[in-house]
Ligand binder design. Sequence first.
Ligand SMILES: Cc1ncc(COP(=O)(O)O)c(C=O)c1O
Length: 310
Amino acid sequence: MLSLPSDWQPHAPLEHLHLDWLTQANIQVAVLRLDLIDPLISGNKWFKLIEHLAAADQVGAKGIISLGGAHSNHLHALAAAGKRFGFPTVGLLRGHPQETPTVLDLQAFGMQLHWLGYGGYRARHEPGFWLPWQAKYPQLQPVSEGGGGLRGARGCAGLLKMARDQLSAVGWNDYNGWWLAAGTGTTLAGLVLAEAGAHPVYGALAVPDDNGVAQQVEAIFQEAGLRDPAYELFDASRGGFAKVDPALLAFMEMTEKHSGIALEPLYTGKALLALKQQVDAGRFAPDTRLIFVHTGGLQGRRGFAVMGKD
Ligand SMILES: Cc1ncc(COP(=O)(O)O)c(C=O)c1O
């Protein structure tokens, strides 16, 4: 059985974000702190896993096998969930064996690791990729990279209620949209589905434009039967996925100093900086209220020299 304890209901607080550039433009931002839901199973990753775990349970699977890189937040959350809730996990990793802080955690959480090399990992979308793994681990349910697809998106739809239930706590009766980082676009797609056009969702792309995020989210909307999805994507990749530059690091340091909220450079740091660029360019009218989703991932920043202390 892969069922989860019903008393584990992760909760993310909604908090005002006070920063000079927002105040000057008269834009209000409240942050949905998914980074605070749990010390180990953090961020949007948990929500992307919920429906995959339920589907695995339904077909009688005993555990999960999935894919990721050596800093993967997805594998980290999955391995931590496996350890916490007592189900086996297997991780198929990109590249050759290395011991990043994330990999050491995966091992400590009891995840069985296999390194696929780069070519082997590139084959992950080919038909038949899963066959040998399913033969080796017949009791485990395969979950695609990052826990994506319609199932992943549906798990994120619950974020809407979580934020709405807390609007009065930040003194709001409504808001004008969402802003969040997009890697595969699954979390964004979940919010777009849940909103069903009521409020737009703005995605800051952590990967370059040609990575097919728009196509992936459109495929989710099509599968879900959603017409006229209300969303917009902005380039926030700053020259490539995982490319980190001094201006980004300086922005993150300033933000952390003034707000007390830690960011990581790959997703949340780039997403907030992209929001600043849009705010500075006058993209949002004064009095606009946005919910910024802090998608977690702080464990991954141990692999980067962020602010000289990681
Ligand atoms: C910290 C963090 N934020 C945002 C994302 C992007 O989420 P999605 O793939 O659902 O767009 C990811 C993963 O890809 C992530 O690890």
